[in-house]
Design a protein around this ligand. Structure first.
Ligand code: SF4
Ligand code: SF4
Length: 699
């Protein structure tokens, strides 16, 4: 059994255990009574549907209308994991036209909303769905408080939430995915993901065409069946040879079936006349399509007892194998000029949200019935089909809307560009560290400037603080079999994760911890402030430091185990990190969290990088990842450690052994030792060598 399956088994066992103890597991949260309490008369909640987990809502005011709305829990239909790896649960209600009535928060696990910003901004965000339509393209703005940005036409842009853009995009995906699932199952919505954007009629394209021209161009489709054709279809069955008229005149027309797509002005105006077409278009709802279906010959495609406004019993309609109801619109079109004498002609339309693509082929299927015998006749049926596709020139196809995650990448293009440029600069410096590090002053200026960028731009502005939550979230998602798609919604973090993973192989763990961690940078500045305040730097006793050094690995192991086995505890455990308090919400959080972050910074001022070295589970994960490093890239000479200890004493991270070897799992790549190595004024062996050379020259 592979590790993932084993984890899944353990997790499902734990889930069963939790359920038996009455603790929450991932599933719908509400009973029928819970839902019923939320809808007051005249609305009533019916029993949960069997085919889709949703509750139908009926209205006393429309007793015959069937469900006027549906309510459902998003977790049953779209359990999309958030950043912390657990799906949120929302109670969504939509009316029968696909308009949102309400989206209410049931539970959520997004770290930023758990205790950072609190749930208030999330509830405000959800309130924006009311009265929006599923037929609209609903996206989330990254410009907070600017609903009109980018909106227009069929596009609705909801206000995002500052510092939680990626999380609310996942919320949006959850709302839309669950609501569309219900709309497709119950409201006849199409499946846009499968078909792409539907073609639209070019309303301004019109050329006056005769019936014959439309027929010749394929704009009117035709199926001609002679008596002989029909006889052939019934050959070998009880229906063979029972139609005397067909046998007598085999070449005569049994039926001529004509179909044409009416929304396109060139076809519609030719068949219905200008006013008839205008009237039709007024009667159709947006997204609704109509066809002219007529027949000539001996047989008519509608029966004598056909009732206007209903579905012609013998005619079926489908697209791509999916049947759609064609209903009479109760118009009485005059026979088009140039058409043969017709025995039936109707304007038939599909429901408004059928998802029919008018530019793609559709199939009309006509049922033919023959009866053998007059007492208890034996009926035999055959069907014939007419495939029809209106000319492509009459349509245009709107560009496919970008998926939400791709919109996030586009909107953050500038931030990504700036951070990518900074990463490229850092790569050059680490690949060729000599020039920058040989001057202690130059190195200090560059390092402080880069750390200020990391803290201010990557951390506070672009919200790119990597965190242990990304690791525990990934574990939880994988255990739940939900994949890692949520990472796509946070492009800045994904860029930093990709760069950090690549840096493991080349330089080891220190590239992230030494240069790209905003909280790490904040600790550096805390230490500088402490020195400026003349607070002495202290060192823990070596034995205590040795024991504490392992603490961060214990914390990492505990958090990853909790993520796989008891996610609700992992959610609390990750608060060992002060990143959310200090970076994500900029200390705008309740007092205990702020106090904890400040204490860690004070400790970092006294004991250099206290949190990094003794507590940080992400740093521990980085140290493990750094084991992939292929190069011993920090320069060393034979005198390093034997006897020279200059670099060792100068290394603020205790990352150099007495032997002079670098302990890369501790090294934060500050480049101090590289500068010393290249500096004839600071490297003891070089200074000694120069001294010897001078003495030799003098003698
Ligand atoms: S050890 Fe933790 S806090 Fe320190 S730099 Fe690394 S990730 Fe950041
Ligand atoms: S001085 Fe220490 S932390 Fe800095 S690069 Fe050298 S070994 Fe790494």
């Amino acid at each position: 059994m592979d590790a993932r399956r084993l984890l899944r088994r353990v997790a499902s066992g734990v889930a069963l255990l939790l359920a038996s103890l009455g603790l929450p597991v991932q599933a719908g949260d509400l009973s029928h009574a819970d839902i019923a309490r939320r809808f007051q008369p005249p609305l009533h909640v019916g029993d949960k549907l069997r085919d889709i987990p949703a509750w139908p809502i009926t209205s006393e005011l429309e007793p015959e209308a069937g469900p006027v709305a549906y309510a459902f829990e998003s977790i049953d239909l779209a359990p999309i994991p958030g950043f912390e790896g657990t799906p949120m649960n929302l109670l969504v209600s939509i009316d029968r036209k696909g308009n949102f009535m309400d989206v209410a928060l049931l539970r959520q696990h997004e770290p930023v909303f758990l205790s950072g910003l609190g749930e208030g901004p999330l509830r405000d965000f959800l309130a924006q769905y009311a009265n929006k339509s599923l037929k609209q393209e609903i996206t989330v703005s990254s410009l907070y408080g600017n609903t009109r940005a980018g909106a227009g036409g069929n596009r609705v842009v909801l206000d995002g939430v500052s510092k939680a853009t990626a999380s609310v995009r996942i919320v949006n995906q959850t709302v839309l995915t669950s609501a569309l699932a219900v709309a497709r199952a119950r409201l006849g919505f199409a499946t846009p993901a499968e078909k792409g954007p539907l073609a639209e009629v070019k309303a301004d394209v019109f050329e006056r065409r005769s019936f014959a021209e439309l027929l010749a161009s394929g704009a009117i489709g035709r199926l001609h069946l002679s008596h002989a054709d029909v006889e052939q279809r019934f050959a070998g069955s009880d229906g063979a040879g029972v139609d005397a008229e067909a046998l007598a005149r085999p070449d005569e027309t049994f039926i001529d079936l004509y179909v044409a797509y009416l929304n396109a002005p060139t076809i519609g105006r030719a068949l219905l006349g200008d006013t008839g077409h205008a009237d039709l278009m007024r009667r159709l709802e947006p997204g609704q399509h109509a066809w002219w279906v007529a027949s000539a010959g001996r047989d008519a495609y509608i029966d004598e007892d056909f009732t206007r406004g209903t579905v012609p019993a013998r005619l079926a309609f489908s697209q791509g194998g999916a049947p759609v109801e064609l209903r009479d619109l109760d118009l009485s079109p005059r026979p088009p000029e140039g058409a043969p004498p017709l025995n039936a002609a109707l304007v038939l339309r599909v429901p408004p949200m059928s998802g029919i693509d008018p530019a793609s082929p559709v199939r009309f299927e006509l049922t033919l019935t023959r009866a053998k015998g007059s007492m208890l006749p034996v009926l035999t049926q055959r069907s014939v089909s007419l495939d029809y596709q209106a000319p492509e020139a009459l349509f245009f196809r709107p560009p496919a809307p970008l998926p939400d995650w791709l919109i996030a990448w586009k909107e953050r293009g500038v931030e990504l560009g700036i951070i990518a440029a900074a990463l490229a600069l850092l790569s050059v410096v680490l690949a060729r560290p000599r020039w920058i590090s040989v001057s202690a002053r130059r190195l200090k200026v560059f390092r402080l400037a880069f750390l200020a960028f990391t803290l201010g731009y990557i951390g506070w502005y672009a919200q790119g603080q990597l965190s242990i939550v990304q690791i525990t979230g990934a574990i939880k998602s994988l255990v739940a079999g939900a994949g890692l798609k949520s990472f796509l919604y946070d492009p800045v973090s994904l860029l930093l994760i990709a760069f950090t993973l690549a840096s493991f192989v080349v330089w080891g763990r220190g590239t992230f911890c030494g240069w790209l961690c905003p909280f790490g940078a904040l600790q550096e500045f805390a230490a500088l402030l402490a020195r400026a305040l003349r607070l002495p730097e202290r060192k823990l006793p070596a034995r205590l430091a040795g024991v504490l050094d392992r603490t961060r690995f214990v914390i990492l192991a505990a958090l990853t185990a909790l993520a796989a086995l008891a996610p609700q505890w992992a959610e609390k455990g990750v608060e060992v990190e002060p990143f959310k308090t200090a970076i994500t919400v900029g200390f705008d959080r309740s007092a205990p969290f702020v106090a904890y972050a400040l204490i860690l910074l004070v400790l970092g001022g006294l004991y250099y990088k206290f949190f990094c070295r003794y507590l940080c589970p992400l740093g521990a994960a980085m140290a493990l990842g750094g084991k992939l490093r292929l190069l011993d890239w920090l320069p060393r000479r034979s005198e390093c450690g034997q006897p020279c200890q200059t670099c060792r004493h100068r290394c603020a991270y205790d990352a150099i052994e007495k032997s002079g070897a670098i302990r890369y799992e501790r090294c934060f790549q500050c480049l101090d030792c590289v500068g010393i190595y290249h500096d004839p004024g600071r490297c003891a062996p070089i200074m000694l060598m120069h001294k010897k050379d001078k003495a030799r020259n003098a003698s």
